[in-house]
Design a binder for this molecule. Structure first.
Ligand SMILES: NC(=O)c1ccc[n+]([C@@H]2O[C@H](COP(=O)([O-])OP(=O)(O)OC[C@H]3O[C@@H](n4cnc5c(N)ncnc54)[C@H](OP(=O)(O)O)[C@@H]3O)[C@@H](O)[C@H]2O)c1
Length: 219
């Protein structure tokens, strides 16, 4: 599959490593330009590109930058993506890092809805509560008793299916965490956030979430 990754940090870098190893055709971008991604490209075989080119022809685009960087992403970022492209959002709102975002704090917009509005494209929320290192260390074959499950939320059932299949390929089970309106259940500070567990525990954690944003994650 042709995959564009915008952000080459902890999560973007490790997704580049894993997805290229699985044989996907990955383009990857950061904020400083493709010349700064030479090492990652040599290591993985991914194509380093400018952010504005990262989605070109991509069937899946992964946006994995700090929330504060989302409004400044190039306009028309997704214009060249393949028809029906699926956009994955791995983001979390950390007010200490991202500054206060009133739409999230005061209006109660879910973090991924806020991101969708800036991107002008629906997203599937995935990987936001997954430790970057776990993408390298904790992949397991289907059926392994230690296989972790990751929650996946989104409004488009077909897009969600595509992402769940990709995550299965990466070595993790998935749990359908509902729509983007429901996706507060997997935001920072919820029981499922950072949980390393299988499907039943992830389902239980999602069910036990409460909608109030924890104090640690408020500005
Ligand atoms: N770290 C984790 O374990 C983890 C786990 C789950 C979810 N998350 C969430 O996933 C998102 C990414 O986290 P991370 O830890 O991978 O971040 P990170 O290590 O700080 O990396 C961020 C990446 O985004 C790039 N970037 C920033 N502005 C950009 C722009 N305008 N255009 C293109 N690229 C841009 C940066 O480029 P430069 O290097 O050029 O600055 C960098 O490659 C965050 O919202 C985070 O909360 C993180």
């Amino acid at each position: 599959m042709k995959i564009g990754i915008i952000g080459a940090g902890n999560i973007g870098g490790n997704l580049t490593r894993r997805l290229t190893a699985l044989g996907h055709d990955v383009s990857v971008a950061n904020s400083r330009g493709p010349e700064t991604l030479r090492e990652l490209a040599e290591e993985t075989g991914a194509t380093p590109v400018r952010a504005e080119d990262a989605a070109e022809g991509a069937e899946v685009v992964i946006v994995t930058v700090p929330l504060k960087a989302v409004p400044g992403l190039p306009s028309g970022l997704l214009d060249g993506a393949a028809e029906g492209a699926v956009v994955i959002d791995t983001g979390n709102y950390y007010p200490q890092r991202d500054g206060r975002i009133a739409a999230i704090e005061d209006e109660g917009l879910t973090e991924s809805r806020w991101t969708e509005q800036h991107l002008g494209h629906p997203v599937i929320k995935a990987f936001n509560g997954t430790y970057a290192q776990d993408l390298l260390d904790r992949a397991r074959p289907a059926g392994d008793p230690d296989r972790m499950a990751l929650p996946v939320a989104g409004d488009d059932e077909g897009a969600k299916r595509t992402v769940r299949t990709l995550i299965d390929e990466l070595g993790f089970d998935t749990v359908d965490a509902g729509t983007i309106a429901d996706s507060w259940r997997q935001q920072p500070g919820t029981p499922v956030y950072g949980l390393r567990a299988g499907t039943p525990a992830v389902e239980k954690a999602l069910a036990e979430a409460t909608p109030e944003r924890p104090a640690d994650f408020r500005a």
